[in-house]
Design a protein around this ligand. Structure first.
Ligand SMILES: NC(=O)c1ccc[n+]([C@@H]2O[C@H](COP(=O)([O-])OP(=O)(O)OC[C@H]3O[C@@H](n4cnc5c(N)ncnc54)[C@H](OP(=O)(O)O)[C@@H]3O)[C@@H](O)[C@H]2O)c1
Length: 258
């Protein structure tokens, strides 16, 4: 019906809901997979690794995993084809896959690294959404991109990463407008979350981050998963093109004196 939205959680409680989660094998993505399966969703997980030894995957018949590298157009296309084999409609796409190359200041970051980062953090979310848009429309589903507060922090050693993440707020707005009213598109912007990615950073850096965070600690992957669950829910039926920061207040503390 024209002008009417129909989101995933408007479906009857008995109808099985399916999500695609990129980067579902570690950290935030794994927490999202766990939270979704706990809530009765079926999940298709996409990331490079072949063997999946997380408890979520081992214990659950609700998760299908496909090994795919999302930095190439072929990988994104393969991912879309795999999803189509499994489902005819899609209630949620979470674009969470990501990685950081350490020590890449803007003055000497390599061209290839910026390109890799843009492919993974910007082009994959853009073209996965494009490739799965008809399945999302079928279900009246939604998309959640996992961005980062580093999309606006300029003082950074992760130049390629930050530039690529900065594409996501505009991508979210454009897709939200284009895919409405059937599909909602939103952005979650985590701050510092305790995951394998973050644990690669020096301990003194992480201690300084926690000290600068008003809530006094790093976040948990489950904190981000809860934000995703809200945006995918009926409670968020009037929210699209929006950004939800999950950073313990870190960005409120950007003053020079602090
Ligand atoms: N942790 C934080 O503090 C934080 C803060 C802000 C934003 N984020 C964002 O949150 C997302 C998840 O981060 P995380 O901390 O959970 O990191 P993580 O534990 O390192 O997990 C990253 C996930 O991305 C997948 N991945 C990496 N490169 C890939 C590729 N080329 N193709 C397909 N999958 C790929 C990895 O699986 P494979 O190794 O199997 O490919 C893994 O499942 C990322 O987008 C990150 O930028 C994290």
């Amino acid at each position: 019906m024209a002008g009417e939205t129909h989101n995933a959680t408007q479906s009857s409680a008995t109808q099985e809901r399916t999500a695609v989660v990129t980067g579902g094998t570690s950290g935030i993505g794994a927490a999202i997979v766990q939270t979704l399966t706990d809530a009765g969703w079926r999940v298709i997980s996409l990331s490079r690794r072949n063997t999946v030894d997380t408890p979520t995957f081992a214990a659950s018949a609700s998760v299908v995993h496909c090994p795919v590298d999302l930095t190439t157009p072929q990988g994104v296309q393969l991912a879309c084809e795999v999803v189509r084999i499994h489902v005819e409609q899609l209630h949620l796409l979470v674009n969470c896959a990501g990685s950081i190359a350490p020590e890449e200041r803007i003055a000497h970051v390599a061209y290839a690294e910026v390109e890799r980062s843009l492919r993974l953090h910007a082009l994959a979310p853009m073209f996965l959404t494009q490739g799965l848009a008809d399945l999302l429309r079928q279900a009246g589903g939604s998309v959640v991109h996992i961005g980062s507060v580093y999309d606006e922090i300029a003082d950074t050693d992760v130049a390629g990463y930050a530039l690529a993440k900065a594409v996501l707020p505009q991508l979210t707005r454009m897709q939200a407008r284009e895919l409405a009213p059937r599909v909602r598109v939103n952005l979650v912007r985590p701050g510092h979350i305790d995951t394998p990615m973050t644990r690669a950073a020096p301990a003194d850096y992480l201690a300084a981050v926690a000290a600068k965070t008003p809530l006094g600690t790093l976040g948990r992957a489950a904190d981000v998963a809860q934000a995703v669950m809200f945006l995918a829910s009926e409670g968020a039926r009037f929210i699209t093109g929006a950004e939800l920061r999950v950073d313990g207040g870190y960005l409120t503390n950007a003053g020079l004196a602090s």
